[in-house]
Design a protein around this ligand. Structure first.
Ligand SMILES: COc1ccc(OC)c(-c2cc(C(C)=O)n3cccnc23)c1
Length: 121
């Protein structure tokens, strides 16, 4: 069907908002809801050059800054990998990031994303 680009953006943003809500549900402690501050984590801004969190991803969706689902997935992986870089493996933050990354990726397999895209049309 002939659709204007902003319709496509609406469909994409509907998918991304659904995926974001799914991922946020997995972060029960709220460690990934907001940017990590240097007050919470000494030296964080020196060690992590590209910070990412769920509230920033929400803003990027609302400002149409994602042009496809893969860009959204890479911000999700960036967020988890930041936590596994700054924190030591024995910490609750490293373990929460590892668990979030694996359960999150299981919700965003290729076939699940294709089915999601179909339901949104
Ligand atoms: C203890 O309660 C909170 C509340 C919010 C947090 O991040 C938004 C964090 C937090 C989140 C993180 C991460 C994600 O690395 N972190 C690292 C070191 C110390 N604190 C944190 C902890």
């Amino acid at each position: 069907s002939i659709k204007s680009s902003n319709d496509d953006n609406t469909n994409l943003n509907t998918c991304l908002n659904y995926l974001l809500r799914l991922l946020i549900l997995k972060d029960k402690e709220g460690f990934f809801q907001y940017p990590v501050t240097d007050q919470l984590a000494p030296g964080y801004s020196q060690i992590i050059t590209n910070p990412m969190d769920f509230s920033t991803m929400k803003k990027k969706i609302n400002h149409d800054e994602y042009s496809n689902i893969l860009e959204f997935c890479s911000d999700f992986e960036l967020m988890c990998n930041n936590a596994m870089k700054y924190n030591r493996p024995e910490t609750i933050y490293w373990q929460a990031a590892k668990r979030l990354l694996s359960t999150g990726n299981k919700s965003m397999t290729k076939d699940k994303l294709i089915n999601l895209r179909r339901t949104v049309e």
